[in-house]
Design a protein around this ligand. Structure first.
Ligand code: GLV
Ligand code: MN
Length: 227
């Protein structure tokens, strides 16, 4: 029997290899040019294919200012919500120079005892560094395993793409973290807000049945999130 691979098998294998390598190299598609500063005013919307997200502003209108961002210089007000934390986004919507580059960052400020509540990023993995303070960072895998550690300044963590995670300030001073993502717009689904503060509201009986509590408990939690 001839055990040589057929040309069709070779081509199919090569094609699959190519597909695998191109699709695992980054969360966002690869850029097609040096830069494509987002034109956020454009009425043309582009799905996350090529180019990613937003059309490019004309190269003739691009200036040095498009490649620098000072949005993380200000201390955030962590008492503006009951979680005691504030996330300042450095994504493509805040910093249009990131468009098509597949990366972004956040600054996270957390008051003592405050929490950046359980959330996940559907489009990116996250790597972060604690700049100041002591922070319990934790995430849960799809197998239900909880990983966590208390980090001090200059220590780093990683959250695999899509997994639920949080940061809790366990120190006595304000905590500051800088986080980074392999997507220009990682998205964030904040679990308590998604479940208890969605509009229109997720039905009480869905949440009661899911959390094994009475609807009165669900209503009292929802009441805390009324804006
Ligand atoms: C922290 O988890 C962040 O999303 O910036
Ligand atoms: Mn996060």
């Amino acid at each position: 029997m001839n055990s040589q691979p057929t040309p069709l098998l070779c081509i199919t294998t090569l094609f699959l290899l190519l597909l695998t390598t191109t699709h695992t190299s980054s969360a966002d598609p690869e850029p097609l040019q040096d830069f494509c500063v987002a034109d956020l005013q454009s009425t043309t919307t582009i799905n996350g294919k090529f180019p990613t997200g937003f059309p490019c502003k004309p190269a003739s209108q691009v200036t040095s200012d498009d490649f620098f961002f000072s949005g993380f210089t200000n201390e955030a007000n962590t008492s503006s919500n009951d979680f005691g934390s504030f996330v300042t986004p450095g994504n493509v919507e805040a910093f249009p120079g990131l468009n098509t580059l597949g990366i972004s960052m956040n600054r996270v400020d957390i008051a003592p005892g405050g929490i950046n509540p359980p959330h996940h990023h559907p489009r990116a993995s996250e790597a972060g560094v604690v700049v100041q303070g002591q922070v319990l960072v934790g995430f849960v895998t799809t197998a239900g395993v909880y990983h966590s550690r208390v980090l001090a300044a200059s220590e780093m963590f990683v959250i695999p793409r899509g997994l639920v995670h949080f940061q809790l300030n366990v120190g006595i001073e304000k905590a500051i973290l800088i986080t980074s993502f392999n997507s220009q717009l990682p998205g964030s689904v904040v679990a308590p807000l998604a479940l208890f503060a969605a509009e229109p509201s997720v039905p009480d009986r869905v949440l009661a049945k899911s959390f094994l509590v009475g609807e009165d408990v669900v209503r009292s939690i929802k009441a805390k999130f009324i804006r």
